[in-house]
Design a protein around this ligand. Structure first.
Ligand code: SF4
Length: 324
């Protein structure tokens, strides 16, 4: 196992962020779990009568972001069948390969870890495995390259994950509200550490490539809420780690953050119910996501937005807003 002195500066930065002295670990009221769940129940329990008997409203970070963005896209995605694609599969497979690396004996070669992961998933897991089997050789090679790139970036930028840190990839959390008619669920990419009684100690990390988005921060706050209700002691810290920049955007977990997340979740669920079960007309919010929207072919607003965007780029007027 690598000694601290053999770690590169990026790995040392991660180590520094993940470490915390006892004074940096906040303690939380043991009743917090009940209070948070009660807040959700007071706001949402009545929806048990509104959601049809044979339906369950499943809420994940993706659905929350969709309905808070373009409501028409949220509905269009609901109507379509989920299909695996290279952009969707590469993250899932990279997390599995990183998980394998934690327990891997000997040299952690990203290409070998990726190959072993793909081979395992191909024969063990449906429907992702079936989708993998259906890929052409060229698509499989492209996918393998992208997964391996992410695993390489992780192993370069992160110190070796020690077993005593209790690393868990894609750790699931689930909370049921309104007599089980509403299910809040999520799987954080990487969880490290653990609470000690009501003293926080866990760190939740989402691994990303690309630029910062406020949605990434909202995703993690949502995970922190689920964890707080599940365990009773919230995580100490949530952080997005941008693999291609070797950069963290950490945020300490606070009571105020958990309450504002409840407000966002409740607002989003009300909108979902209105759109799905009460025939409220969806609003449209054209933006970059129009590029991947299943309703684009029939959406005049989305087409106009993309045409305008293309014109700006051609004329050189477009600027990049936000952090790269
Ligand atoms: S194309 Fe854009 S505006 Fe139209 S529904 Fe899709 S995301 Fe919304």
């Amino acid at each position: 196992m690598a000694q601290p002195e053999s770690l590169n500066p990026a790995q040392l930065e991660v180590l520094e962020l993940l470490g915390a002295t006892p004074e940096e670990r906040p303690s939380f009221d043991p009743n917090l779990r009940v209070e948070l769940k009660t807040d959700l129940e007071i706001a949402l329990n009545y929806l048990a009568e509104v959601i049809p008997e044979d339906d369950i409203l499943f809420v994940g970070k993706r659905q929350l972001a969709q309905v808070m963005g373009c409501e028409a896209k949220y509905l269009a995605e609901l109507e379509g069948d989920f299909e695996w694609s290279i952009p969707l599969a590469r993250g899932t497979l990279a997390h599995k390969a990183i998980e394998l690396s934690v327990h891997w004996r000997g040299d952690k070669n990203p290409i070998e870890l990726t190959e072993q992961t793909l081979a395992k998933v191909e024969f063990d897991e449906a429907p992702l495995g079936r989708w993998l089997q259906s890929l052409t050789e060229a698509d499989r090679a492209e996918l393998q390259g992208e997964v391996s790139g992410r695993v390489t970036a992780f192993l370069e930028c992160w110190p070796p994950l020690k077993r005593e840190w209790r690393p868990a990839m894609e750790s699931p959390a689930r909370v049921e509200i309104a007599q089980g008619k509403i299910v809040l669920a999520g799987k954080v990419d990487l969880a490290l550490g653990r609470a000690s009684g009501n003293v926080a100690g866990k760190v939740l990390v989402d691994l990303k490539t690309g630029r910062f988005s406020p949605i990434h921060r909202d995703d993690l706050r949502y995970y922190a809420l689920l964890e707080a209700i599940r365990i009773g002691t919230p995580p100490r810290l949530v952080a997005t780690y941008y693999l291609d920049q070797a950069r963290f955007t950490p945020e300490p977990v606070s009571i105020a953050m958990l309450h504002s997340t409840i407000a966002r979740v409740v607002d989003a669920i009300h909108r979902m119910v209105e759109l799905r079960y009460q025939d409220h007309p969806p609003t449209k919010k054209p933006g970059p996501t129009c590029n991947w929207c299943p309703a684009l072919d029939t959406c005049a607003e989305g087409q106009a937005h993309l045409a305008n965007d293309a014109e700006l780029h051609e004329s050189g007027v477009a600027i990049t807003v936000g952090e790269e």
